[in-house]
Write a protein that binds this ligand. Sequence first.
Ligand code: PLP
Length: 395
Amino acid sequence: MISQKMYELGTKKSTIRTIFEFGRQQAAKVGEENVFDFSLGNPNVPTPEFVKEAAIDILTNWEPSAVHGYTVAPGALQVRQAIAESINKRFGTNYAGKNIFMTAGAAAAITISFKALCQEGDEYITFAPFFPEYRCFVESVGGKLVVVPARTEDWQIDFAAFTERITNHTKAVIVNSPNNPSGAVYSEKTIQKLADILRAKEEEYHHPIFLISDEPYREIAFEGFTVPYIPKYYNDTIVCYSYSKAFSLPGERIGYIVVPDEIADYSKVFGAIAGAARVLTHVNAPSLWQYVVGRCADKPSNIATYVKNGKLLYDGLIDAGFECVQPQGAFYLFPKCLEEDDYAFCEHAKKYNLLLVPGTDFGCPGYFRVAYCIKTSTIERSLPLFKKLAEDYKK
Ligand code: PLP
């Protein structure tokens, strides 16, 4: 009668949602200020004034039909041109509006890209720890997700394990740097090696292997860590970008796909992206927010709070005795649990109202994710509790 698969997807609560709901119940019992909810990746930095000003100006001064009308499916050309020019300035590329396809955030950008590329039996490789939605995005288009185990010492890539998993069926590889949940940034050396391996495999199998770069955290990279612009290293790259975190606009659903001219068969790939967006009933990305981000394309993100929070939390966790890679970008840390079972560890942490997400959800058991896009004062007050939690395991 109905699709069992869709029913399961729609009704099975995610761990993060379950933790969040537990937090709400606890807040009612012990008070909001005594619950330390590190579960959600909702940016807490206010949306920049220039974004608000652009939205108000457009809403006030433009013809309503111009603001709220449909745009062409890939997005308003002047917006795509503004974004292309901004990327060119930053990364020395040579894009035009035709290389940009506006989407409702990174989630839509990724799903559209998967759908555009996927043929029955295709495999998509990603690296643990990874954004859990990749699995349902890939499976929804009939693909199979292949996971490369994590390189836990620095969250870069285990190239031996990666190479073993590339087959004639590999359609694409998905990377996410700065990473949710590890907070790591792939180094230039990592990207270079990834590109070299993929080029060799393309030659061996005589077909393109696409590299899909999921970049919602591109702007959140800390001092000393540069995020390489992947299309400059590998021609068959598709970039999925979002303003959800860059401008704290997750609810507005706005982002884009970059399809470079250098990709194998640009016009076929761009056409398939338009077709995928069409059958996914994407129609066009929200028009007001297209115009707003088009105006703000060159504006910077404010990452000062994330820098401060990341350092504070990292120092506190190390001081309490946790093992953790230092924050490099995004707004997550991914420390090692103090017992093998990450679910049991996160359950135990609830004793102190510390709400943490088990690493198994990201394909990496034995670790936990801490999202630090919350008030700095909440992090400060949580540090003695992390210490108590660690002491429980020393007894
Ligand atoms: N990719 C990663 C790694 C994410 O963490 C998120 C959201 O948290 C997304 C994609 C989806 O982002 P958007 O809000 O742009 O759809």
